[in-house]
Design a protein around this ligand. Structure first.
Ligand SMILES: N[C@@H](CCC(=O)N[C@@H](CS)C(=O)NCC(=O)O)C(=O)O
Length: 356
């Protein structure tokens, strides 16, 4: 009814006009055509023609109040299962091409939905760190601070901690750490060691694994910790592992070994030299900014100088390892607010040295 598309009458009409005029068929066809035109496309012929429905139009329920456009579902439907609401086109979008506007609109919808998720889930970014004061694995805190992640710190309760911080001989750190808290046993049942990061109830253990997790999870916050390039990433992991598996035990041995101390000191110096070579001409292992290897080497950056002074050892010297020496100062200047006080650190080292 009332369509302006091609009707049967029109098609027949075109056909009929091509027939010879003397054919008596024409006048008859013309009548038929006229009938069809009158019925099917009356508005073409009669000005001010209004259609009158031949059948009753089915009634539709009309809402008593129009739904505000903000709450109407957008034609894009939903994004990731969340309803996508109409919004008035903001003025800054009005001059844009429709395709750009559509894209900008979609982006603004995603942002709105992300905000909705964050508001609906207050525990969305609940970060808890189980740690222990003076741990060389406090590198996790450095990563969290560099990324600007808010977290709750839960300290393992060590019975002799206060004594040790004052440098008083006490039960060894390791023995003290055998009193594991229920929280630690719950979140790290395999190694039963701190640090453990608990992100929205999900635990992650092993400090280097945690640092990588932080870098990936808060990718868009702060500067990247691991390099983008796969080769450089692999290289950073290699040196971080070298620090944990070779340098750290070597330095601890040199600090606390009684019988073969000179040999241990010599070996540790060799390891530190290898690390210094990796610095090349960079300010940090990560280049111009602190990266994965720098964070992994926090034991060297922060502990080495005060410890060798307290224990009267010459592990690292400005003359023999000038780059690593300067790196320690640069490192401390950037992350100093995260690091434990040097006085307490010396207390811890002296206490340990007297207990071994
Ligand atoms: N490979 C672990 C080592 C962690 C570690 O040794 N933590 C010490 C505290 S500094 C600990 O919890 N020791 C308890 C134990 O050895 O039972 C890491 O990188 O997180």
């Amino acid at each position: 009814m009332g369509g302006t598309g091609c009707s049967t009458g029109q098609i027949l009409g075109v056909f009929v006009f091509h027939l010879p005029p003397w054919n008596g068929f024409v006048p008859r066809m013309w009548n038929t055509m006229f009938y069809h035109f009158k019925t099917n496309i009356p508005h073409v012929f009669f000005k001010n023609y209004t259609f009158v429905p031949s059948r009753p139009v089915p009634s539709r329920s009309v809402p008593s109040r129009p739904v505000p456009s903000t709450y109407q579902t957008h034609p894009y439907g939903s994004i990731h299962g969340l309803p996508c609401y109409n919004q008035k086109t903001p003025t800054y979008m009005q001059g844009l091409q429709p395709s750009t506007r559509r894209y900008a609109h979609l982006v603004s919808q995603i942002i709105t939905n992300v905000n909705i998720i964050l508001q609906r889930a207050p525990s969305f970014n609940e970060v808890m760190l189980l740690g222990v004061w003076g741990s060389p694995f406090s590198r996790v805190e450095i990563a969290l601070k560099l990324k600007g992640v808010k977290y709750e710190y839960v300290e393992e309760d060590l019975p002799n901690k206060t004594l040790r911080l004052r440098g008083v001989k006490a039960e060894s750190y390791e023995e003290d750490l055998q009193n594991k808290s229920a929280l630690l046993l719950k979140y790290n049942p395999v190694h039963k060691k701190v640090p453990v990061l608990v992100h929205n109830e999900k635990p992650i253990a092993e400090s280097l694994v945690i640092v990588e997790y932080i870098d990936e999870t808060w990718k868009h916050q702060g500067s990247p910790i691991l390099p983008e390039d796969p080769y450089q990433r692999a290289n950073a992991r290699f040196w971080a592992r070298f620090i944990d598996e070779k340098c750290k035990p070597g330095i601890i041995k040199a600090f606390f070994e009684k019988e073969e101390r000179l040999k241990a000191v010599d070996e540790a110096r060799g390891l530190l030299k290898l690390l210094e070579n990796e610095l090349k001409d960079n300010k940090f292992f990560g280049g111009e900014t602190i990266g994965f290897v720098d964070i992994a080497a926090n034991l060297i950056g922060h502990w080495l100088k005060p410890a060798q002074e307290a224990l009267e050892l010459g592990l690292l010297s400005k003359e023999k390892s000038p780059k690593l020496w300067d790196w320690c100062d640069e490192f401390v200047s950037v992350v100093k607010e995260t690091l434990p006080s040097t006085d307490n650190l010396i207390g811890l080292i002296l206490s340990r040295a007297s207990s071994t």
